[in-house]
Design a protein around this ligand. Structure first.
Ligand code: COA
Length: 260
């Protein structure tokens, strides 16, 4: 049985990935991780899909890596490989040409928060709770959490969450800069879909370049990031959509982007 559902709406340029293992609060076992990677591949192969909404079925987004699988890891090497597997899938999402909106509908703990951190934008339902509780299990985050959380909200705040394992409510996640928006529970998916459609209506090359310029620069010194930005700017400015967008502004009309 498939645990990652993919729904593509090519005509609108958007897709939805739903992690569907509600009996275990969508905990990430190896099968779910494999299916997530496969689903991303499917969406990347669909040239019309530009934005993906990622969410969880039932009352959780994802309650973490599968603790039963972690308990059964036979060796240090196997544990490191499990960490690398999760990191690899989440890296792929972070580096993807697809813009990802994480629609966080409930618990996003451990690997669930790490998945959310690998996405581009995070919308949290008011009742969502997030945290990195691994320390309470005698382990640490292993799917990118120690790195991405510190980069997103700063070292001190990240250390507090990693060291205490504390779960925080959506409003606090917003104050920390972890959530882009907090949304009433019943409106979460509709809001995520609206945002996805808004982004998918942008000039496609500009959308990818905008993501890549920010993502590509963040881990480098400023001069390298600026060089990357200029290269992306040059590439995008040469597109027909850039001509259309600038001319439309100058002629006081709405742009009509064609993806060229
Ligand atoms: N791995 C494996 N199974 C998990 C899981 C995980 N990360 N998180 C939840 N589950 C399972 C539970 O074992 C339970 O299964 P069962 O019905 O067969 O007993 C089921 O999902 C429902 O969870 P339950 O704990 O009964 O729900 P709750 O509402 O009482 O508590 C949480 C919800 C999220 C607070 C609690 O499930 C929890 O603390 N989960 C682990 C969070 C965590 O430490 N994540 C990091 C993992 S590295």
């Amino acid at each position: 049985m498939s645990m990652v559902e993919v729904a593509i709406q090519s005509d609108r340029g958007v897709a939805r990935l739903t992690i569907t293992r509600p009996e275990a609060l969508n905990a990430l076992n190896r099968q779910v991780l494999d299916e997530l990677a496969e689903a991303l591949g499917t969406l990347e192969d669909d040239a019309d899909t530009r934005v993906v909404v990622v969410t969880g079925a039932g009352r959780a987004f994802v309650a973490g890596a599968d603790i039963a699988e972690i308990a059964g890891l036979p060796s240090r090497a196997a544990a490191e490989a499990f960490s690398r597997q999760g990191q690899g899938v989440f890296d792929r999402l972070a580096a993807s040409r697809l813009v990802s909106i994480m629609a966080i509908n409930g618990y996003a703990l451990g690997g669930g928060l790490e998945l959310a951190l690998a996405g581009d934008l995070r919308l949290l339902a008011e009742s969502a709770r997030v945290g990195l509780p691994e320390i309470g299990l005698g382990i640490i985050p292993g799917f990118g959490g120690t790195q991405r959380l510190a980069r997103l909200i700063g070292e001190g705040r990240a250390l507090e969450l990693v060291l205490t394992g504390r779960q925080i409510p959506a409003a606090e996640a917003w104050r920390l800069g972890l959530a882009n928006q907090v949304i009433p529970d019943g409106d979460l998916l509709a809001s995520a879909d609206r945002l996805a459609e808004e982004l998918a209506a942008k000039a496609p090359a500009a959308l990818v370049a905008a993501k890549r310029a920010v993502r590509g620069g963040i881990d480098h010194e400023l001069a390298t990031g600026l060089a990357g930005e200029a290269a992306w700017f040059g590439r995008v400015a040469a597109t027909a959509d850039a001509r259309e967008g600038t001319e439309a502004f100058l002629n006081k009309r709405a742009p009509h982007f064609t993806g060229r």
